[in-house]
Design a protein around this ligand. Structure first.
Ligand code: NAP
Length: 291
């Protein structure tokens, strides 16, 4: 029997409707409409697509959205000046600087310059620290999306073995932090799971993956995860976005894994739409906190 599909598109629709209702209630109570400022430096076609879909999702949820463009030749100082202006603008509740940046601009310098209260991607070291300490201000959008996919599909994490493939700052590391921590009033999303993170240095990676009740692939290698990585009945979440011959392909070989797994998230229409949805949720949270 094929694995049950975890439909990120459908879950996103439901969460976006909740966010839109939250926006309407916030505005009805006299709050400023939540606003997300996106910054695009240069003309990377993939970044253009991501920013367009993020802005459309904002507008559909009743939020304001602005796009600030800088040329590929912009200096770090130019971008820091724009970030300072957005930090000071009370209509802006979230600042999204689309990565990657041209090589003359240090990503770290820009991330550190964004006001932590407006850092709805949760990349600022203060927000990373708050998550690690168990009191997150915002959860980073992609791992937050994965957590919601599990929770809303009724896949329990408490006491389960989770294996995360990949240890990046954007996906793997915060994913592990969210799922390993103890749930509290401040952090109800925490997974209370036993989490293992695997990477290029891991010995016999497929064997470690086979211990997982929940396997999360954030590798960046098309079809990396095959049936021999998967314990029968496990939930498999595919975070990967790879382009193969112009086609979008995940990190999981769905054809191989589907007969073994209990649950599987597809690519496309899996984690991708959830990432944008959680960005909306974080922007609303920022607006509500700002009043
Ligand atoms: P990344 O920064 O390149 O990190 C990849 C991780 O995978 C690294 O920790 C790396 O290990 C590990 N890895 C790579 N090849 C491996 C191998 N052969 N064996 C074992 N481990 C290996 O990538 P990322 O930013 O986390 O993104 C991962 C994937 O998710 C990409 O396909 C990306 O496009 C996608 N993504 C999707 C969304 C979404 O919204 N759906 C959002 C963000 C990213 P080492 O640390 O040892 O090098």
């Amino acid at each position: 029997m094929p694995a049950q599909k975890i439909d990120g598109q459908e879950l996103s629709k439901a969460i976006r409707a909740e966010v839109a209702a939250g926006v309407a209630a916030h505005v009805a109570a006299g709050g400023r409409p939540p606003g997300l400022a996106a910054v695009l430096v240069g003309d990377n076609p993939a970044s253009e697509v991501y920013v367009r879909s993020k802005r459309k999702a904002c507008e559909d949820a009743g939020m304001n959205s602005w796009l600030h463009r800088l040329p590929a030749t912009a200096s770090e100082e130019d971008l820091l000046k724009l970030v300072a202006d957005l930090n000071a603008d009370p209509a802006v509740h979230g600042i999204l600087v689309q990565l990657p940046l041209p090589k003359q601009i240090r990503e770290e310098a820009i991330i550190n310059a964004i006001s932590p209260a407006k850092d709805v991607d949760a990349f600022h070291p203060q927000n990373v620290g708050l998550l690690a300490a168990g009191h997150p201000r915002y959860l980073p959008c992609t791992p937050f999306g994965v957590q919601q996919m599990l929770a809303r599909s009724g896949i329990p994490t408490i006491g389960k073995n989770v294996v995360v493939i990949g240890r990046s700052n954007i996906v793997g590391k915060p994913m592990a932090l969210i799922l390993m921590q103890k749930p509290t009033k401040d952090f109800p999303e925490a997974g209370d799971a036993t989490v293992t993170v695997v990477h290029r240095g891991t010995k016999d990676l497929p064997a470690v993956c086979r211990t997982a009740d929940i396997l999360i692939a954030a590798v960046g290698v098309a079809k990396f995860v095959t049936a021999d990585f998967v314990k029968p009945g496990a939930a498999v979440i595919d975070v990967g976005i790879n382009s193969v011959d112009g086609k979008l392909v995940g990190d999981v070989d769905a054809e191989s894994v589907s007969p073994v797994a209990g649950w599987l998230s597809p690519v496309p229409k899996g984690v991708g739409p959830m990432t944008i949805t959680m960005l909306l949720q974080n922007t609303l949270k920022s607006a509500v906190a700002a009043k």
